[in-house]
Write a protein that binds this ligand. Structure first.
Ligand code: ATP
Ligand code: MG
Length: 870
């Protein structure tokens, strides 16, 4: 059964059981502070489990892109070494939100596996939760009794809390689970060790394929459990593992999901998979990682230096590193796999196909830049090796290479071992731990349970229509972090505050009660569909009602920038072409930032055309046309574009200004004329094929012109009110260049003269030609004089000094013969005499310099020079 059929059979099976089939949610999460990436099928449905929103159908099934590379679920280091963990994988899942429970979930799982997919039940094992004393829970006998009807009892295993109790995080919905495992070993192997001894023992052919989670508790902040009012089903089956079973192969990498990619790697690298273990690991790593990186770029998450982008960058670098070390690939090649990938998966995940070109470009550039880092790292590492006197390179040096230059530690270890050197791993790990502790301490945070004041239902957002409303607080909690100290999070029954989202910043403002007490709202954010208001203080009369007031000025400026962003998007597609797609947007009150796909720098003319396009629409006084709750299809038919990586409901909000129409949840000006003016302030590259424009509107433009104008007049003033200041500046620059040249040649002449005079001043002491003198030259001049005389005289000892802008400088020159015969050392001389000028320095035995901050000491330094030869 090929993988396409495996996927579609799963979905149609649950469709028949009255489930709605939904597309995979984007993998990169936007409004969940506890999670960067979707790491299990349930993550996109969190708000339903938490009761913050209601699904349209309480039965859902899907295949969800998951990424397990950070946080609680992190399989990254396993990937490549085993044959069944991936970074990115698909999780097939069926859900019941307060509808069916264990009986149906188990019956259907069994039916699907054994009847639809025809898996032999003699290779299956299942597990049930054995209970936990800590939580005062007994065995899950309910599940056990159901399983008994389908599978012999010696195949029902009891599992502990670690394997059989699923928790979303430290807090929140959780419950016991039943895992389904397969044993796909040969009959011979099975005869040697019974399968049930290998379940959950990391055996590559005895693996978990499906986990059925029975959500029935809520874990509170103090660690205790309370029963959930509604019980839910959450199941997750590893698609690639299922394919392995159904295609009768022993490794996920031998399924048709991976084989085409592996074949392409073989072609590019001229290696054969299955011949040598190290190369095999590398091939598995690369075939896995290219998927993770490609999918995340398609979801709008580009590699970067922080957050989710950094995780993606690290995954790609891991792939490059394995290719570099074990497949001998020193030039970019991973991007060449995107073609096969998008051909194979583009049907189920159209975002891959649509953005293939961009994905390739981004990966290629990342590869190039990391390969350059590796090159530089190798040079630095060689230098470290040269400087290392013992057979061990210190952990500190290796850490510096790793931390500052991004050079991977395992590569350092490998190269050192090839050179017969050791790495102080303990020292390295200590440094690493220190750094981790520092960043952990900085990000530590504790969150209290919510205090519920009133049944809250769904918190209505009224901020499209009003900036003021009478509200009640329905719940609150305290959050403490190193960064912000104590903060309170408040939830209202309804709110005019716009929560950060769609690139637009959250509203600020205040709450005022009937007694005139005020608390300030510092920010507003959305978490799992709940609008949360951040305050420094808890309102005194928390049970009363409040007048909630949004900071209108900030909101208005933000709206100018948001509407301008839409117009800018339209302008770019108009001026540059329809290949332009939004790749990121930040709408602040002071400026807007817009990232988009485009392959070259914008010319001055293009920038002016874009600016003019937007300003013409501002002058055109286009009114806002807002369409709330229209079907998504209708908006698309009208010309709105949906963005990859964005999660949309069935009904959407569409915003139109003239011919610009976008799906958007943000707030906007009532008429484009309100923006007053639009000005681009910068344009540049953020990644391969991605450009960034920063622009300003309204008052910020006035300030911008005012400041520029002021600078202009200041400059003009400095140029003696020149009529044409640019010309005046140019001629000033020319004059400056000429003067520099003149000074240089004058100094040269001067040095020549000095040299001539100095010859006559040489004293002969004990057979040494000696001179100690202060000269009116710069450092280069001193050196020049010293070397010139050095070339003409033998047995020379020179100490020259100068005083430059309040700093003292000493130069010592000693002829080679003296260095050898008398054991003199210029480096030592300047170090010792350096103390008179309160400084230090060094150099070679025949020439050295010292700098110091006390020119007054030069006299003493010169006087004491004679001591070295007498
Ligand atoms: P394992 O113990 O094998 O790591 P898990 O307990 O972490 O699995 P769950 O969190 O229960 O797995 O996820 C549900 C299903 O998703 C698993 O039964 C498995 O089939 C699949 N799965 C989990 N992690 C991965 C991964 N890294 N790569 C591929 N499939 C996975
Ligand atoms: Mg796991």
């Amino acid at each position: 059964m090929n993988s396409q059929e495996v996927r579609s059979k799963f979905l149609s099976f649950f469709e028949e059981k009255k489930h709605s089939i939904v597309p995979s949610a984007p993998m990169v999460l936007k409004d969940d502070p506890t999670l960067m990436f979707v790491n299990s099928g349930m993550a996109p449905f969190k708000e339903y489990f938490l009761g913050n929103a209601q699904p349209k159908n309480n039965r859902i099934a899907d295949t969800q892109k998951c990424l397990r590379v950070s946080g609680k679920h992190n399989d990254l280091e396993e990937v490549g070494y085993d044959t069944y963990h991936h970074t990115l994988f698909e999780m097939l899942g069926n859900w019941s939100f307060g509808d069916y429970f264990k009986k149906e979930a188990i019956a259907w799982a069994w039916e699907l596996l054994t009847e639809v997919y025809g898996i032999d039940k003699d290779i299956l094992y299942v597990s049930v939760f054995e209970g936990s004393e800590d939580d005062g829970l007994g065995m899950d006998t309910e599940a056990y009794d159901i399983w008994k009807q389908y599978i012999s009892e010696d195949r029902i295993l009891k599992g502990n809390k670690k394997d059989n109790f699923w928790e979303m995080g430290d807090q929140g919905p959780c419950g016991p689970c039943s895992e389904i495992h397969v044993d796909i070993r040969s009959a011979e192997e099975k005869a040697k060790v019974p399968g049930k001894d290998l379940v959950n023992q990391d055996h590559p052919q005895v693996v978990e394929i499906w986990n059925l989670v029975f959500m029935q508790y809520n874990r509170k902040a103090n660690g205790s459990l309370e029963p959930l009012p509604n019980k839910h089903i959450d199941t997750g089956m590893g698609f690639e593992r299922l394919c392995m079973v159904l295609q009768n192969v022993q490794s996920n990498y031998d399924t048709d999901v991976f084989k085409p990619i592996i074949r392409e790697i073989e072609t590019i690298t001229a290696k054969t998979y299955g011949k040598e273990e190290k190369a095999d690991v590398a091939i598995r790593v690369i075939s896995d990682h290219v998927r993770a990186v490609a999918f995340s770029i398609a979801d709008g998450q580009l590699p970067s230096n922080t957050g989710a982008g950094y995780v993606i960058r690290r995954i790609l670098r891991r792939a490059v590193r394995y290719g570099f070390t074990f497949l001998d690939k020193k030039e970019p090649f991973i991007y060449r796999l995107v073609d096969v990938l998008s051909n194979r998966m583009g049907k189920a995940f159209p975002e891959l196909k649509a953005q293939k070109q961009l994905i390739e470009n981004v990966i290629k550039e990342e590869e190039q830049s990391f390969l350059r880092t590796l090159d530089q790292g190798l040079v630095l590492l060689n230098r470290i090796v040269d400087e290392t006197k013992s057979d061990t390179v210190s952990g500190e040096k290796a850490f510096e290479l790793y931390d500052t230059y991004g050079f991977p530690i395992d590569l350092t270890a490998l190269i050192l071992s090839e050179k017969g050197l050791k790495l102080d791993e303990k020292g390295f790990n200590e440094q690493l731990q220190k750094q981790k502790n520092r960043s952990r301490a900085a990000s530590e945070m504790s969150t209290d349970d919510w205090t519920i004041l009133a049944e809250d239902g769904e918190e209505e957002f009224v901020g499209y229509d009003t900036l003021e409303a009478q509200v009640n607080i329905t719940r609150y909690r305290k959050v403490t972090s190193k960064k912000d100290g104590d903060m309170y999070q408040l939830v209202f029954n309804l709110t005019p505050f716009y929560p950060e989202g769609g690139g637009q910043v959250g509203d600020k403002g205040y709450l005022e009660d009937a007694h005139g007490d005020v608390v300030y709202i510092l920010d507003t954010k959305k978490e799992n569909n709940v609008i949360i208001h951040f305050t420094k203080n808890l309102p005194k009369h928390i049970n009363e009602s409040f007048k909630a007031v949004v900071d209108a000025k900030q909101r208005y400026r933000t709206e100018c920038n948001h509407t301008a962003t839409h117009l800018l998007h339209q302008a770019l597609r108009e001026v540059l072409g329809t290949h332009v797609e939004q790749k990121g947007s930040a709408v602040h009150s002071k400026y807007l930032r817009f990232d988009f796909s485009h392959f070259s720098k914008l010319t001055v003319d293009e920038l002016r055309d874009v600016e003019n396009f937007v300003n013409r629409r501002i002058e055109g006084k286009l009114p806002l046309v807002e369409m709330r709750n229209i079907p998504k299809e209708e908006a698309i038919a009208e010309g709105a574009m949906s963005l990859f990586g964005e999660k949309y409901g069935d009904t959407v909000r569409a915003i139109r200004f003239g011919k610009s129409i976008e799906l958007c949840g943000g707030t906007h000006v009532k008429n484009t004329a309100d923006i007053w003016h639009f000005k681009i302030v910068s344009e540049g590259a953020v990644a391969a094929g991605i450009r960034r424009i920063e622009a300003i509107t309204n008052d910020a433009v006035k300030d911008f012109y005012f400041e520029n104008n002021r600078a202009y007049f200041e400059m003009k003033d400095l140029l003696n009110n020149a009529k044409e200041p640019v010309k005046a500046l140019q001629s000033l620059q020319e004059e400056n260049t000429n003067l520099k040249k003149q000074i240089e040649s004058l100094l040269k002449d001067k040095a020549k003269n000095i040299k001539g005079e100095l010859k006559n001043e040489l004293e002969t002491i004990n057979g040494v030609q000696f001179l100690a003198k202060k000269l009116d030259l710069d450092a280069a001049g001193l050196k020049d004089v010293a070397f010139e005389l050095g070339g003409q005289f033998n047995n020379l000892f020179l100490l020259l000094a100068t005083d430059q802008g309040g700093k003292a400088l000493l130069s010592c020159y000693i002829s080679k013969e003296l260095v050898e015969s008398k054991g003199l050392n210029a480096g030592q001389v300047v170090r010792e005499l350096g103390k008179y000028i309160q400084g230090g320095g060094g150099g070679q035995p025949f020439f050295a310099t010292a700098g110091g901050k006390n020119p007054g000491g030069i006299v003493d330094a010169l006087e004491n020079a004679k001591n070295y030869i007498s």
